[in-house]
Design a protein around this ligand. Structure first.
Ligand code: DGL
Length: 278
């Protein structure tokens, strides 16, 4: 198969990475996408970095079995823990969500005070802060782990007094500190955007890495001459390591009703491309 016709592999600890897939599909509708959600072992946020690194490596190897031309690590925690190792090991381009998000925040901030929210794994890695300060040593960064957000989103509780109070507890100190830009450093947080906006107010710009990473992936494929023909209709194949019905239902919330079929996979049993695409 010529490079341009090969699929793009995207993975996450579960369904959250579909916010990234959505942005990728919007920018590159003719691409074939194979998405793998590792919901059997997710969420990754509370796990040890070595463990996340091992899972990410296993999944990247599995996706390569479908002859993907690029891998998008659509998970902040997996990007924080595993991106350099994956980039070093695999020959195809592997892109993560953190650098694109950090660059977008630096473009947007006027006062140089940037807030970052994410899982415990992402925040304790310090990677956003490093990437931001590496590019502009004058910015100040306030990082805050929001461990309860993922669970609320997965329970479909994006509104209501309970989540509001929890979110206020996480966000008010960063607002009082004076940020003008907030990085949503977790794939689930775009679904909490309304709530977050209500708490942080109109003076704070929100940055979601989903759009930014989709733009990076597109630019890179264009540069390499690996974009799929615009004549072709793209397709999304959704694979999950855990409960495929739960993934389908949550997938509808993260992506839309187009998610009508989720294929359960066992990472120890590689499949061929033809077996997962109609
Ligand atoms: N996808 C993860 C992230 O962006 C959130 C869910 C998890 O903890 O695995 O960090």
């Amino acid at each position: 198969m010529v490079m341009s016709e090969k699929p793009i592999g995207v993975f996450d600890s579960g369904v959250g990475g579909l916010t990234v897939v959505k942005a990728v599909v919007e920018r590159m509708p003719s691409e074939q996408i194979i998405y793998l959600g590792d919901d059997a072992r997710g969420p990754y946020g509370p796990r040890k970095p070595e463990e996340v690194r091992r899972f990410a490596d296993e999944i990247a190897g599995y996706l390569l079995g479908f002859d993907v031309k690029m891998i998008v690590v659509a998970c902040n925690t997996a990007t924080a823990c595993a991106l350099p190792a994956l980039q070093e090991k695999y020959e195809i381009p592997v892109v993560g969500v953190i650098v694109p998000g950090a660059k977008a925040a630096l473009r947007k901030t006027a006062n140089g005070r940037i807030g970052v929210i994410g899982t415990e794994g992402t925040i304790s890695s310090g990677v956003y802060e490093r990437e931001l300060k590496f590019r502009n040593p004058n910015v100040q960064v306030y990082s805050q782990a929001c461990p309860e957000f993922v669970e609320f989103v997965e329970q479909k509780e994006m509104h209501g007094s309970q989540i509001y109070e929890i979110a206020k507890g996480y966000l008010e100190p960063i607002v009082n500190w004076g940020m003008d830009t907030l990085i949503l450093g977790c794939t689930h947080y775009p679904l909490l955007e309304d709530l977050i906006e209500e708490i942080v107010g109109p003076g704070v710009e929100l940055v979601s890495s989903a759009d930014e990473v989709a733009a990076v992936a597109k630019d890179l494929l264009e540069l390499l001459g690996w974009r799929a023909s615009s004549e072709r209709e793209g397709r999304l194949t959704f694979l999950a390591t855990g409960d495929s019905e739960r993934s389908r239902q949550l997938g509808n919330m993260f992506f839309g009703p187009e998610i009508c079929n989720v294929i359960h996979v066992d990472l120890e049993k590689p499949l061929h491309f033809e077996e997962v695409t109609p």
